[in-house]
Design a protein around this ligand. Structure first.
Ligand SMILES: [Zn+2]
Length: 395
């Protein structure tokens, strides 16, 4: 075993992270000669955490990367689909349907669910924060509160959910974006003063990195803001990470710094805020002059979605456990209000409560272990999420 406790990619692929009862199940099925029986398994969710009334489906690309080469076929709603859980009907709507011999994918259930449930929670929290911020810039700064092994997963999910930038190098690689960051308090503490730290940053760091100085380390924010303006020629912004014990009325503090900056002619210097922000605290100051929000734990540690995998058809015949509905089902969604629908037929005429006709939205994404369909970049998925989230926020 390695010194670090995270599973490596090969350990995940080899099944070391699976719940052990799946491995036992496979051994039993193989011993009785029914290992190759084909099944349809569906991935569904019931209610959402925190009373959320919609969520963003995220993580599909990694699931496809995991299952590539295995003899399975998958139909799924596209990654980035915004969906509402059903409230008036107990038939759950599949977000993903998987076909294959149970023993060829059953051992991956733990990994597949983890790759969908947590990223979908993070993407949803990011999308909600983006709404709370009134579409202003939201930067994902929460990796430090979670295990480093999943930094890339967190950043990709936050980005797809609508965050405008991510802070980790691996997150930047995965999302195809330049990672963003300002200045840690450590720089000022090590350099001994705001002024020396600001000047050193400006001299050492390449010019394409935006100059955003942190102004709550030693002194009053408005004094430090002006110091930053005077020390750094192309100052883009100042960041207030003011601790709760000094914050008082954060709105007033933000407005006071803005006033001071404007008064001395620094109207273009932006104000960025961070420090324990969540959806509610972002919403409370979204209408101020703040241009960007650095949001950490509330996005990275978002509640995970409670999706589950269930066999719904075996050897072409419907079956299911008690409490679930048998049969391979097709997934529909209202294009207007995003309510979900389900049918045993792929070309049903389903009408939404709002009066619109629903669309069948699942698409084939893997055939016999080969990915099919468009290969969408994280930024394309993010754009589609933002469009849907705008639509749902205006209902
Ligand atoms: Zn509708």
């Amino acid at each position: 075993m390695a010194d670090l406790f995270n599973a490596s990619e090969s350990e995940i692929r080899d099944g070391n992270t699976m719940d052990v009862y799946f491995e036992r199940t496979n051994r039993i099925l193989e011993s009785r000669g029914i290992a190759g029986v084909p099944v349809w398994a569906e991935f569904t969710g019931s209610s959402l955490p925190r009373g959320w009334d919609w969520a963003v489906f995220c993580g599909l690309q990694e699931v496809l990367n995991l299952l590539e080469g295995k003899p399975v076929s998958i139909h799924s709603v596209p990654e980035g689909t915004v969906f509402r859980p059903r409230t008036d009907n107990s038939v759950r709507v599949p977000l993903m349907n998987l076909y294959g011999a149970y023993t060829d994918f059953g051992e991956m259930e733990t990994a597949i669910l983890g790759m969908l449930c947590q990223p979908s929670g993070i993407a949803t929290a990011a999308a909600r924060t983006k709404i709370a911020a009134k579409w202003k810039t939201v930067l994902a700064f929460g990796n430090r509160r979670m295990h480093p092994a999943i930094s890339g997963v967190i950043d990709r999910s936050a980005y797809i959910g609508g965050c405008d930038g991510v802070s980790s190098k691996i997150g930047g690689e995965i999302t195809g974006t330049t990672p963003v960051g300002t200045v840690p308090h450590a720089l000022m503490l090590m350099m001994g003063s705001n002024d020396t730290a600001f000047k050193a940053f400006d001299e050492v760091i390449e010019p394409e990195v935006p100059r955003i100085m942190l102004i709550d380390t030693f002194s009053d924010e408005r004094t430090a803001a002006l110091d930053a303006c005077r020390s750094v020629k192309n100052l883009k912004g100042v960041r207030l990470d003011t601790p709760g014990s000094r914050r008082g009325n954060f709105r007033d503090l933000i407005n006071e710094v803005r006033w001071e900056l404007d008064m001395y002619g620094y109207k273009d210097v932006e104000i960025i805020v961070s420090g324990g922000l969540d959806e509610d605290s972002v919403a409370a100051i979204a209408d101020t002059c703040v241009s960007s929000f650095g949001v950490g734990t509330s996005i990275s540690n978002a509640p995970t979605l409670d999706l589950s995998m269930d066999i719904v058809e075996k050897n072409g015949k419907p079956l299911s456990k008690r409490g679930k509905f048998g049969g391979r089902k097709y997934t529909y969604r209202c294009p207007h209000c995003f309510e979900m629908g389900v049918s045993l037929s792929p070309d049903d005429d389903l009408k939404c409560h709002c009066g619109s006709m629903m669309d069948m939205i699942e698409v084939p994404v893997m055939k016999d272990g080969v990915k099919v369909g468009p290969d969408r970049s994280p930024s394309e998925i993010r754009e589609s999420v933002l469009k849907q989230v705008k639509q749902i926020s205006e209902l």
